[in-house]
Design a protein around this ligand. Structure first.
Ligand SMILES: NC(=O)c1ccc[n+]([C@@H]2O[C@H](COP(=O)([O-])OP(=O)(O)OC[C@H]3O[C@@H](n4cnc5c(N)ncnc54)[C@H](O)[C@@H]3O)[C@@H](O)[C@H]2O)c1
Length: 303
C-alpha cells in the first residue's frame, strides 16, 4: 500500500506516533522516526526512545532512521524534512503528532505552561508543515507537475468541544484544525492532501489523572483505547487510495471512525434596520431563553 513512499512521523517514540510509524512501515513506507524523547510533561530529552522504534521497524524487515529534533524549532523541523530526503530520496507523507500536556484551568495556569503547550502543538505543526510544504512546492515546480504528498495532522476533540482544564491545549488544537484546512486548500494544486485526526487512546497522556479510569484496558475483550486502533486511518490517509480526501477532520478510536461535518451557520437573524442593543435583546433574548448555556462540551458523551 505504501511501498516506495517516504514518511516522517513526529513524536513517534511513544504512544500514538510509535503506533503510526510501525503501521506505515508495515505497509511498506520508509520512515523517519522523529522524537526528542521528552517526558509526558515535555521536560527532558532521551534519544534512546526514537532509536528503539527504529530498531523495532528494522527488526521487522522495514526501513527507518531516527531524528531527535524538536518539532517546534525552525531549524530542527527543516532538518527533519532534509533527513527524509537525504536518507530516502524524497518526502511523501508527513504525520504531525508530537506534543505534551500541562493541564490547569484558567484560574491556575502559568504563562510558561500556556506558552510551552501552544509552542509544541501549534508551532510544532507549523514548523514541520512549513518546511514540508516548501519542499513539495519546489519539487512540483521543478517537475512541472503535481506530485504525491500527504499531510496528516493531530488535533483533539478538545478543539471542537472545549476543555476547561486545558485552555492551552484546546486552543492549540483548534489552531491545528484551522491550519490543516487552510493547508488542504493551498496545497491541493501541488497534489498534496491535508487531513486532521482527533484520536482517543491510552497513552502517557491519558493513563494518569482524572481520565485514566475511562481509558483503562479491559480485563478481556476488545481494547477500545489501544493506540493501534487509530493507525490504520493514518495509513489509509497516507495512501494513494485516499487521494480525493482532503480538508477533512476525523474522530478515531475503538472501532469507530467519525467524519466531522463542516461547521454550519445554524440560525440566522436579519434585521431591516442596523442592529441595536435593544433590537438584539428583543430578537436574541427569546431565542436563548429556550436554550441552556453551554457548560458541558455540547453534551457529547466522553468529551
Ligand atoms: N492520547 C489521546 O487520547 C489523545 C487524544 C487527542 C489527541 N492526542 C494527540 O496525539 C498526539 C500524541 O499523543 P500521545 O497520547 O501518543 O502522547 P505520548 O506522550 O505517548 O507521545 C507524544 C510523543 O511526542 C514526543 N514529543 C514531545 N515534545 C516533542 C518535541 N518538541 N519534538 C519532538 N517530539 C516531541 C514525546 O517524546 C512523545 O514520544 C498528541 O498530539 C496528542 O495531543 C492524544
Amino acid at each position: 500500500m505504501l511501498e516506495g513512499k517516504v514518511a516522517v512521523v513526529t513524536g513517534a517514540a511513544h504512544g500514538l506516533g510509535r503506533s503510526h510509524a510501525l503501521e506505515l512501515a508495515r505497509r511498506g513506507a520508509r520512515v523517519v522516526v522523529n522524537d526528542l524523547g521528552a517526558r509526558a510533561d515535555g521536560h527532558g530529552r532521551d534519544e534512546s526512545a526514537a532509536r528503539a522504534v527504529v530498531e523495532e521497524i528494522t527488526a521487522a524487515g522495514g526501513e527507518a532512521v531516527a531524528h531527535f529534533g524538536d518539532v517546534a524549532d525552525w531549524n530542527d523541523a527543516r532538518s527533519l524534512v532534509e533527513t527524509a530526503v537525504s536518507s530516502f530520496g524524497d518526502l511523501h507523507v508527513l504525520v504531525c503528532n508530537a506534543g505534551f500536556l500541562r493541564d490547569a484551568t484558567l484560574f491556575s495556569m502559568s504563562e510558561e505552561d500556556f506558552d510551552a503547550v501552544v509552542r509544541v502543538h501549534l508551532k510544532g505543526h507549523f514548523c514541520c508543515m512549513r518546511h514540508a510544504a516548501g519542499y513539495w512546492r519546489e519539487t512540483a515546480k521543478a517537475r512541472g507537475a503535481p506530485l504525491y504528498g500527504r499531510l496528516v495532522t493531530t488535533a483533539s476533540e478538545a478543539a471542537l468541544l472545549g476543555s476547561p482544564g486545558q485552555p492551552n491545549y484546546a486552543a492549540a488544537k483548534a489552531g491545528i484544525v484551522a491550519m490543516t484546512v487552510g493547508a488542504a486548500q493551498l496545497l491541493h494544486k501541488y497534489g498534496v492532501t491535508a487531513n486532521c485526526i482527533m484520536p482517543r487512546a491510552r497513552t502517557r497522556m491519558t493513563e494518569t489523572g482524572p481520565v485514566a479510569q475511562y481509558f483503562r484496558k479491559p480485563e478481556r475483550g476488545f481494547d477500545v483505547f489501544a493506540v493501534e486502533n487509530t493507525s490504520p486511518l493514518v495509513a489509509w490517509l497516507a495512501s494513494p487510495a485516499a487521494g480525493r480526501v482532503s480538508g477533512q477532520l476525523f474522530v478515531v478510536w475503538g472501532k469507530d471512525v467519525t467524519v466531522v461535518g463542516r461547521p454550519t451557520l445554524e440560525t440566522k437573524f436579519s434585521s431591516d434596520a442596523p442592529w441595536s442593543v435593544e433590537s438584539l435583546q428583543a430578537t436574541l433574548g427569546p431565542h436563548f431563553e429556550k436554550l441552556e448555556p453551554v457548560t458541558d462540551g455540547f453534551g457529547v458523551q466522553g468529551a
